[in-house]
Design a protein around this ligand. Structure first.
Ligand code: GLV
Ligand code: MN
Ligand code: MN
Ligand code: MN
Length: 429
């Protein structure tokens, strides 16, 4: 039996900002590179320590903790009607090389603090509330983005692919997972899959990673859609040879120049779309053997391209493919690989969830605006199995994926309040 729920106490209850900032700072020290940068790679020693840190906090908040075979971590607060589908929230704590300490992190630590806020207010959930820390949102180690949430959402292709996936040191996914204490005696990852309807809602709190909220001095972004991401791996192979002895008019078959030409072509095709929403980046470009006096015999590129319009993004992918083929022909190099690693559709937020977030903002007297997310998030995949919504907070100059990333604790606390109140509303719905 529970008493009539009043959300008034939630409106007054403040977030433990000092404690939350301390946690953010402490987690940032679990990094493979020196401060202010943060690097936390999937299943590394630092990642294992960071996971321990999160599980400990979940325990301190009275959540019951469960982990799946790839290390997605779930902390549950049982509601009065635990047979109903729970409301879930969460994000990731892995960090790409030389990035900052807020991306993903505030959506995990902030979610645990939102639970604390609700508990301190005396709130009793009807639907259970669950905090999720997703494994490897970032593609750093295995080239696969949103690995944990993609699997949760039931990607059979990924469950198969991981059986033969290795990192750049040739360590298999399964060996890496076992190092971190996961996937023991397993080859089959279908146990990670969650059925559609497992959650009544999923909400992710995240820094905007763009400049709009800060420029407009708006407290909260209510995300309506997440742009469609894709990534491609390309390898060229040429003949190599002596940088002094092989003359220019002779056919050099320079794999490095093929890569350079393709990189510039990516920029050209993206600009040709005519839309500000189309973006493309060559974030990895490697030459072999990587000696100043040796013509590159191999080159490797990884290309990230995105758009809010899936078709328009696919046109760019097709142009990149055609260009890779013609560059290979014209330069006499072999296109030994052209692999579309992922080509994901965009995702839309659920109207009822965005409405709940908007009324939470109004009740908390916080300014808000609707916006799209140009970055991808675990929410992109959670949307496949659950109604989804995202809460953005301002960050300094929109900086992200670099050490200068910063969000003020007041803005983070606002996000936590909106999250807590939204979770409360959805728990009672
Ligand atoms: C997420 O990290 C992204 O690259 O959008
Ligand atoms: Mn990121
Ligand atoms: Mn992120
Ligand atoms: Mn390759």
């Amino acid at each position: 039996i529970h008493e009539p729920q009043s959300q008034d106490s939630l409106l007054s209850l403040s977030v433990d900002s000092e404690g939350l900032q301390k946690q953010i700072d402490e987690l940032s020290t679990l990094s493979e590179t020196p401060a202010p940068s943060v690097t936390r790679i999937l299943y590394s020693e630092k990642d294992v320590l960071a996971r321990r840190f999160i599980k400990n906090l979940m325990g301190l908040s009275g959540l019951s903790v469960r982990e799946d075979a790839v290390g997605n971590i779930f902390g549950r607060w049982d509601g009065d009607e635990p047979e109903l589908a729970p409301v879930s929230t969460g994000s990731h704590i892995d960090a790409i090389p030389y990035s900052g300490k807020y991306d993903g992190v505030i959506g995990v630590l902030g979610a645990i603090e939102a639970i604390n806020v609700l508990k301190r207010s005396g709130f009793k959930p009807k639907r259970s509330l669950e905090v999720i820390m997703f494994t490897s949102e970032e593609p750093t180690r295995f080239g696969i983005s949103c690995l944990g949430s993609r699997l949760l959402a039931g990607s059979k292709e990924l469950a198969e692919l991981l059986k033969k996936t290795v990192d750049s040191q040739n360590i298999s996914f399964f060996d890496a997972a076992r190092f971190a204490g996961y996937a023991n005696h397993l080859q089959d990852l279908t146990s990670v899959f969650l059925e559609k309807g497992s959650y009544s809602a999923f909400i992710e709190l995240h820094i905007e990673q763009g400049p709009i909220l800060e420029e407009e001095a708006t407290s909260i972004g209510v995300v309506t859609a997440i742009a469609a991401p894709a990534s491609i791996k390309v390898d060229f192979e040429g003949s190599g040879g002596h940088a002094g002895a092989v003359l220019m008019p002779m056919s050099r078959n320079d794999a490095g120049l093929a890569a350079a030409e393709l990189a510039l072509a990516v920029e050209k095709f993206v600009l040709e779309s005519g839309s500000i929403d189309t973006v493309g980046t060559v974030g990895i470009l490697e030459l072999h053997p990587g000696a100043i006096n040796s013509i590159p015999s191999k080159s490797h590129l990884e290309i990230d391209t995105r758009d809010i319009d899936e078709k328009r993004r696919n046109v760019v992918i097709e142009k990149i493919h055609q260009s890779a083929l013609s560059i290979s022909e014209n330069r006499g190099v072999k296109l030994s690989e052209f692999k579309i690693v992922n080509q994901d559709p965009p995702a839309l937020s659920d109207d009822l969830i965005t409405m709940a977030m908007e009324s939470a903002c109004q009740e908390l007297n916080l300014t808000f605006r609707k916006m799209i997310s140009r970055a991808y998030h675990d929410s992109l995949f959670m949307a496949r199995i659950s109604p989804m919504g995202m809460i953005f907070i301002p960050c300094y100059k929109g900086y992200s994926h670099k050490p200068e990333e910063f969000a003020a604790i007041e803005d983070i606390a606002n996000g936590v309040r909106v999250l807590a109140l939204t979770l409360a509303k959805l728990s009672l719905a």
